[in-house]
Design a binder for this molecule. Structure first.
Ligand SMILES: Cc1cc2nc3c(=O)[nH]c(=O)nc-3n(C[C@H](O)[C@H](O)[C@H](O)COP(=O)(O)OP(=O)(O)OC[C@H]3O[C@@H](n4cnc5c(N)ncnc54)[C@H](O)[C@@H]3O)c2cc1C
Length: 178
């Protein structure tokens, strides 16, 4: 059975009249309003990415304690242990940057766009890397849909795309550095 992570559709607005009291910002300046909203909402994608990364790390870590090859749990093979260590460390780093950006958003700090873009970029790239490693830790079971990590890998991918693709985040960050 196919599972849907995000039931997505396109709303269409045709000749809609907006009552004066419902207008947000100045007419003809909507793009600025929308971009201002994105400065904060991309933190949601960052937080989602951190959650996916931690979930994949936890699942792979538990699996590695139970799966035996060559007479011992794969957790005790250094090749797997080092992967798990790096998954945990990179996820922790992504979480701290996301918290830092969320605190800046709460305080309305200057330079917010750069910080939230950095959090979204790092958290989503981390989730993609971590979930790909989680699939590897589970071996063949990582790839099949009976186990959750292949789905986590697909869910991680969308965090690199929506709320502004990661290419666009790099543009926002580099512009703020000029
Ligand atoms: C599951 C899902 C849910 C979504 N939910 C929402 C939602 O709730 N609200 C909403 O508004 N949108 C939503 N989207 C749309 C999403 O935000 C867009 O798909 C995303 O912004 C990328 O736009 P695009 O698909 O038009 O890609 P394009 O703009 O066509 O980009 C294609 C590729 O080119 C790159 N690219 C484009 N321009 C540049 C540039 N100047 N420099 C470098 N690289 C560039 C992009 O990064 C990307 O890799 C959703 C999409 C999906 C798949």
């Amino acid at each position: 059975m196919r599972s849907f992570g995000s039931p997505t559709g396109s709303p269409v607005f045709d000749a809609v009249r907006v009552p004066q009291e419902n207008v947000i910002g100045d007419p003809e300046k909507g793009l600025r309003v929308a971009l201002g909203v994105l400065e904060r909402t991309r933190l949601g994608a960052a937080a989602q990415a951190v959650g996916i990364a931690q979930g994949a790390t936890n699942y792979a870590n538990q699996y590695a304690k139970e799966r035996i090859t060559f007479g011992k749990p794969i957790h005790e093979h250094q090749g797997i242990a080092f992967k798990l260590a790096e998954m945990e460390a990179r996820t922790a780093a992504a979480r701290e940057l996301t918290y830092r950006a969320a605190a800046a958003s709460d305080r309305d700090e200057p330079g917010l766009a750069k910080l939230t873009s950095m959090a979204k970029l790092i958290a989503s790239d981390t989730a993609m890397w971590v979930t790909t490693e989680a699939v590897q830790v589970l071996g063949g079971y990582g790839y099949v849909s009976e186990y959750p990590v292949e789905r986590m890998m697909r869910d991680a991918k969308i965090t690199q795309i929506y709320e502004g693709t990661n290419e666009i985040q790099r543009i926002v960050i580099s512009r703020a550095m000029r």
